[in-house]
Design a protein around this ligand. Structure first.
Ligand code: ADP
Length: 499
């Protein structure tokens, strides 16, 4: 504990697999953290749910733990920021706070047929134009409609104004303020398929199309605002909730990507990349998502978002299914034990290929295996695949946004950012500088930073940028020839897979 840290920020990071509370100093140093794993329920094939009560109770437990630490060490908590798994949907009773059903998680596919119907009836272009998204069960709208149509009495109660909808940020805020605030922030709103990202309002035409009554929707706020105050009987004091943003958007802030063209990518199980596109937004021709990066007062920033379905999961597969590794970290030494991948390519499309290919039915492929191939070549190819997949994605982003080159930087975090080989290969393949921050908890830190802006701990983005400290920086070292040759091999492997 640093004795000079008298003022701190509390971030609630409610993720898909765990709920965490982290106490940060104003410099981004982690002072205390508490975390609990969260249960995922799979009641039927393709269905994924969570208990809203567990989400709430774990949040309370985690917050109480770090608050107790702050009190014991005389640390003043200046404000709370919330960040969350996006799209996951909850509907509850405004009177009792009782959820009408479990939370339907973003991964849930139960509304796939409904989405297909909407696409077939030709509505997707209009929906994409308004929301920047695609018609997919992933987003909240069809999950909400499912609850309205399948749970007894819910539609009538909703139409009577008795029920409230929220993504997890909104649900937690409601609980923390004991029903005083029914509010979401603009980034979470922009993931529902009901929010018009041009007018920055809920869209009446989309509400009609998805058959959702406006009365259940929360207010939409900037990312920095007085969202509400906690109650003394729950957290021991009235703390102001001053910041809120969806996880990937919070990471964009935490990584200090405030300039158009800056990109952050999180390499965990999968990889999520967001590029700040400034005040302008266009609908992607490569089926990337257009989303709101953040809005603070009149300062709005849009972002292009792309995901790679399998990043670290490929290393888990090598470890758990092939037994080539005992630990994910070992992959680095194994990859370096050979000078190159000996023309082995590993396309880890276990659950399909994302942008720019969009082949949900594609499956993984390893090509170029010869009599000389060793397991180390396959491990190396799995790590190199991160560079190639990122190149595909970022090339697609750049093709839609011409300032991209000017930033020339990719800021990364997540488990794989701990792998030096991956970081260097990314820099080489992307021909851009790759930076890894000292504060690796970019998502939670982003939420804390938003709260810090509200409570005056930070005067503006410059203060947050100043606090962003680079831990490791990787410059491209590969020759143009080598890069070209390696990437051409990857493209050939992709072609083989697609053929
Ligand atoms: P998530 O938040 O999605 O659970 P994390 O950011 O914790 O993911 O990262 C874990 C993933 O990263 C795992 O899939 C693991 O295989 C991979 N991983 C972690 N450390 C390394 C490493 N040093 N080298 C390669 N892969 C790693």
């Amino acid at each position: 504990m640093n004795a000079t840290c008298s003022s701190a920020l509390l971030a609630i990071d409610q993720g898909t697999t765990s709920t965490r509370a982290i106490l940060f100093s104003a410099q981004g140093e982690i002072l205390a953290a508490r975390q609990k794993e969260l249960k995922l329920l799979y009641p039927r094939k393709g269905w994924v749910e969570q208990y809203p009560v567990e989400i709430w109770e774990d949040t309370l437990w985690a917050c109480r733990g770090v608050i107790a630490y702050a009190q014991k060490n005389n640390i003043k908590i200046a404000g709370i920021g919330i960040t969350n798994q996006r799209e996951t949907s909850v509907i509850w009773d405004r009177e009792t706070g009782e959820p009408v059903y479990n939370a339907i998680v973003w991964q849930d596919r139960r509304t796939a047929d409904r989405c297909l119907e909407i696409k077939k009836s030709g509505h997707e272009p209009l929906i994409t134009e308004k929301t920047g998204l695609l018609v997919d069960p992933y987003f909240s709208a069809t999950k909400i409609a499912w609850m309205l149509d399948h749970i007894d009495g819910v539609r009538t109660r909703a139409e009577n104004g008795e029920l409230a909808f929220g993504t997890v940020d909104t649900f937690l805020l409601w609980k923390l303020t004991q029903g005083k605030a029914h509010t979401t922030d603009i980034t979470n709103a922009s993931r529902t398929l009901l929010f018009n990202i041009s007018t920055q309002q809920w869209d009446a035409e989309l509400l009609r199309l998805f058959n959702i009554p406006a009365s259940i929707l929360p207010n939409v706020s900037d990312n920095v605002a007085c969202f509400g105050e906690t109650k003394a009987d729950q957290l021991g004091a009235a703390y102001t909730i001053g910041g809120m943003a969806g996880d990937q958007h919070a990471a964009l802030v935490g990584q200090g990507c405030f300039e158009p063209g800056m990109i952050k990518a999180t390499y965990g199980t999968g990889c999520f990349a967001l590029m700040n596109t400034g005040r302008s937004h266009t609908i992607s021709k490569n089926r990337l998502l257009t989303t709101i990066g953040y809005r603070i007062g009149s300062d709005i920033c849009y972002a292009l978002e792309g995901s790679i379905f399998t990043a670290g999961a490929a290393i888990q597969w090598l470890r758990d299914n092939l037994g080539l590794l005992t630990d994910a970290r070992q992959s680095e030494a194994v990859a370096r034990s050979v000078p190159d991948s000996n023309e082995v390519y590993f396309v880890p499309a276990f659950t399909g290929l994302g942008a720019p290919y969009w082949k949900p039915d594609a499956r993984a492929l390893i090509t170029g295996i010869s009599r000389e191939s060793k397991s180390a070549h396959i491990v190396r190819a799995a790590l190199e695949a991160q560079g190639y997949q990122s190149r595909d994605l970022i090339d697609a982003m750049e093709s839609e946004f011409d300032h991209a080159r000017s930033s020339g930087v990719l800021r990364i975090d997540g488990g794989m950012a701990g792998n030096d080989f991956v970081c260097q290969f990314l820099a080489d393949m992307l021909e851009r500088t790759v930076e890894v921050p000292q504060v690796m908890e970019s998502t939670a830190w982003g939420a804390a930073a938003l709260a810090g802006l509200y409570c005056g701990l930070f005067g503006g983005f410059d203060d947050i940028s100043r606090n962003w400290v680079c831990d490791r920086r990787y410059k491209p070292q590969m020759t143009e020839n080598e890069r070209h040759k390696l990437y051409a091999g990857w493209k050939h492997a992709i072609k083989t897979l697609l053929d």
